[in-house]
Design a protein around this ligand. Structure first.
Ligand code: SF4
Ligand code: SF4
Length: 189
């Protein structure tokens, strides 16, 4: 986990650099739109290990609430024929379609508009909102850096993700896990 924490430190430094160049946080106050429709987002094993630390530090009633949210999402996905295994190949992109815009589509760790595991959130949650180098594409939240994405050196998300994949392999995991199934697993271990 030492290498993962070093990666998180590097990401925070890169984000801070972009934030300073942009003159502050690019997100409107109280916006948490990007935590909606993330119930099936793919999370790597090394990120999961850190997430587990955050989940275990929560009061029992919050953990219980998160567990219930994840279970409800899994129930709805199951009714549509989805499982953790058949969601994985496209990183949950198709499956989210059946719960998009509903409570079940929300990240189970979003409680009252706040991330319950903020200090331990996955990498994508740390960088979304800033211009990202993702493969051959420049990605960014549709609400931020409008008309000025090319002006900034993007965050190297491709490298962050590769590092997470390599560290996860060292932990013996080759597959990512969709968010709600991962949270249910971590809270039952
Ligand atoms: S882990 Fe936190 S920041 Fe990431 S989607 Fe869930 S609630 Fe949002
Ligand atoms: S990244 Fe986009 S959706 Fe997420 S908080 Fe910022 S502005 Fe809102």
């Amino acid at each position: 986990m030492k290498s993962y924490h070093a990666l998180v430190t590097e990401i925070m430094r890169d984000v801070q650099r972009l934030r300073a160049e942009a003159g502050g946080s690019p997100c409107p106050t109280n916006c948490f739109e990007c935590c909606r429709n993330t119930a099936t987002m793919a999370i790597s094993e090394v990120e999961a290990r850190d997430l587990k630390v955050g989940l275990e530090a929560l009061p029992p009633q919050i953990r219980s609430h998160i567990r219930q949210k994840a279970a409800q999402t899994i129930k709805v996905l199951k009714a549509h024929g989805y499982t953790a295994e058949n969601i994985t190949p496209d990183s949950g992109m198709e499956a989210i379609g059946v719960i998009k815009g509903t409570l079940e589509g929300e990240c189970p760790m979003l409680i009252g508009g706040v991330c319950a595991v903020y200090e331990h959130r996955p990498v994508i949650c740390r960088v979304w909102g800033y211009p990202l180098h993702n493969g051959n594409e420049l990605a960014c939240c549709h609400k931020t850096f409008i008309g000025q994405r090319q002006r900034f050196q993007p965050l190297n998300y491709t490298r962050y993700w590769r590092e997470c994949r390599n560290l996860s392999r060292e932990l013996g995991a080759t597959q990512k896990t969709p968010n709600c199934y991962l949270v249910a697993r971590l809270l039952s271990e």
